[in-house]
Design a protein around this ligand. Structure first.
Ligand code: PLP
Length: 280
């Protein structure tokens, strides 16, 4: 851990080793809290406004009142970036439920924590290899809300690791493919880009990629049936930390030729150009 790192936790500036929240916080006891994860490029936050909008929306969906204004949250996040030295960084904004007297209903104010860790440069070798995914029938609850309840994600990732895959794709009871544990999911059928529009967390990266794709590819936001994966020419996932990551295999099924596809490469090029031009 970086000796100089400074995080903002419960109103204090602390080194991560000294960062504490109460054991009686319902975030710890019951998994009740909302959070955001965003990143910086060259010390600039990527779509901070959209992340803040989603944070307030997630909190509203779980009936957690955030007692800080948007402006004050944005100012703290900017200060976290300034106080640390990282060129590229991952930032987590956590709003806990707060302390409880009966261990379930919060009776105190939420705790706000803003954490920052360094990120490296984009790894094009990983991109060229692509990901192998498994499918899982485990289900997220409240898919539109970004909460710290990642119990099913951790179980699905453990299963993925046992099966030598990088991540897991949620498939619902109707057989619809939804999203990966921390990423959104897309397929190309020919030139048509398809991604689920419901039952998923609407990723900030997902929406940026749809904007980038719009003038080049027809887009369909609709359910994707598991059986349809056999007809996909390409697939990829998106997230703040992974950006665009090709998917080359799902369970035993090879996607297309089992390599990152040319349309996915084209989108990746557009994404990189946007970042390099600081166009965000
Ligand atoms: C369940 C889930 N879906 C999608 C995403 C991707 O969202 P974003 O692009 O905003 O990082 C995440 C990110 O953590 C997630 O947890």
């Amino acid at each position: 851990m970086d000796k100089q790192a400074l995080w903002y936790v419960g109103g204090q500036w602390v080194h991560p080793d000294g960062a504490v929240i109460s054991i009686n916080d319902v975030a710890v006891l019951r998994g009740y809290s909302a959070f955001e994860a965003l990143r910086t490029y060259n010390r600039r936050p990527f779509h901070l406004d959209k992340h803040l909008t989603r944070l307030y929306r997630s909190a509203e969906l779980i009936e957690l009142e955030i007692p800080w204004s948007r402006e004050s949250l944005a100012a703290i996040i900017r200060e976290v970036i300034e106080r640390n030295t990282y060129k590229h960084a991952a930032i987590r904004i956590l709003v806990t439920g707060g302390e409880s007297e009966d261990s379930i209903l919060p009776t105190r104010k939420p705790t706000l924590a803003v954490l920052i860790t360094a990120l490296g440069e984009r790894d094009m070798e990983r991109f060229a290899q692509g990901y192998r995914l498994i499918t899982t029938r485990l289900q997220r609850t409240e898919p539109d809300a970004k909460t710290t309840n990642y119990v099913v994600a951790i179980r699905a990732l453990k299963e993925a690791a046992r099966r030598n895959a990088s991540d897991a794709l949620y498939v619902d009871e109707q057989g619809h493919v939804l999203e990966a544990t921390r990423s959104n999911f897309f397929i190309f059928r020919g030139d048509t880009l398809i991604t689920p529009g419901a039952g998923v967390l609407k990723g900030i990266t997902r929406n940026v990629v749809l904007d980038l794709a719009m003038e080049r590819f027809p887009i369909e936001e609709r359910p994707i049936l598991l059986d349809e994966l056999a007809l996909a020419d390409e697939a990829f996932i998106t997230s703040s930390s992974k950006e665009i990551m090709p998917v080359v295999q799902i369970d035993e099924l090879k996607i297309g030729k089992g390599l990152p596809g040319r349309r996915t490469y084209e989108l990746e090029q557009r994404f990189i150009e946007m970042i390099e031009q600081g166009d965000f």
